[in-house]
Design a protein around this ligand. Structure first.
Ligand code: GDP
Ligand code: MG
Length: 297
């Protein structure tokens, strides 16, 4: 079942909506270039959303700012359609001065809210399109030390506007102990700076299995991820997606090796609808209220 992404169980998340219409989800990826963002997106959705070697050389001459690029793709699994949009932010953190790297990204997120707000205010709301960002996967450089100032600044500025999902990029470059200690430090920093990262809400009617599953997922944040578009044959005749080292293969889909499966589970199998609801009911609603009260309405 390597190639199975898992969104075919989306109907379980949304009972009220028609399955035929399909689902729509927009995720943003942010992090310095080379941290494996495009690879992880391809790995997550098991599709070449980003064609191999999209080697965009980012130099100070060609670009002075963070760009915002989005790719939309329709994928289908067991008859369930998902229209997936991935918003990439090349240039983030790649400049000499990265102090304001967060700003074009915040502007982009807010302008998507503005567009939605305008549509809501129109008389004919039938053709409302939702381009809001439902989740922002933030890639942390696997230094093994602590968050950088830039990471803290980004999360501090964005956490009230978007569902933040921090991940440790290229976790295969750290040992298990290093990952463990790094996670503790990252969480301590996040806590110290009062940054609100995405938390799955718990409901009274959740059964024990769901509660345990959520707890298990949340306990892995920040997810230590490994991405790869290569497969290898390993002992026992298994064919796995992974990255090859002289001593063996790090398996993307093996929970003993990294948290990729848990990230995918949350994003696609269990919390996609939840992320959309929180975006609409809390993040967007707060933005709308702030905006309207600033306008004196
Ligand atoms: P992006 O610039 O953040 O989109 O990064 P890419 O996805 O283009 O990856 C940059 C390089 O890192 C490529 O050579 C990838 O093969 C490699 N890479 C991607 N993911 C991983 C990973 O999880 N671990 C390791 N070690 N390398 C990775
Ligand atoms: Mg890329």
């Amino acid at each position: 079942l390597q190639g199975y992404v898992g969104f075919a169980n989306l109907p379980n998340q949304v009972h009220r909506k028609s399955v035929k219409k399909g689902f729509q989800f927009t995720a943003m990826v942010v992090g310095e270039s080379g941290l494996g963002k495009s690879t992880l997106v391809n790995t997550l959705f098991n599709t070449q959303l980003y064609p191999p070697k999209e080697k965009v050389e980012l130099t100070h001459e060609t670009s002075q700012t963070v760009e915002i690029k989005s790719i939309t793709s329709d994928i289908e699994e067991n008859g369930v359609k998902l229209r997936l949009t991935v918003v990439d932010t090349p240039g983030f953190g790649d400049f000499v001065n990265n102090e304001e790297s967060w700003k074009p990204i915040l502007d982009n997120i807010e302008s998507r809210y503005d567009t939605y707000l305008e549509q809501e205010n129109r008389v004919n709301r039938r053709r409302t399109v939702d381009n809001r960002i439902h989740a922002c996967i933030y890639f942390i450089t696997p230094t093994g030390h602590a968050l950088k100032q830039m990471d803290i600044e980004f999360m501090r500025r964005l956490h009230t506007r978007v569902n933040l999902i921090p991940v440790i990029a290229k976790a295969d470059t750290l040992t298990e102990e290093e990952v463990f200690a790094f996670k503790q430090r990252i969480l301590a920093d996040i806590h110290y700076h009062k940054i609100q990262i995405y938390q799955a809400p718990a409901y009274e009617y959740d059964d024990q299995e769901t509660i345990d599953e959520n707890r298990e997922i949340m306990s892995k944040i920040p997810f230590a991820v490994v991405g790869s578009d290569k497969e290898f044959d390993i002992d026992g005749g298994r064919r796995v997606r992974g990255r090859q080292y002289p001593w063996g293969v790090i398996e993307v889909d093996n929970e003993e090796h990294c948290d990729f499966v848990k990230l995918r589970q949350m994003l696609i199998r269990t919390h996609m609808e939840e992320l959309k609801e929180y975006t609409n009911d809390v993040l967007y609603e707060n933005y709308r209220t702030e905006k309207l009260s600033a306008m004196g309405i």
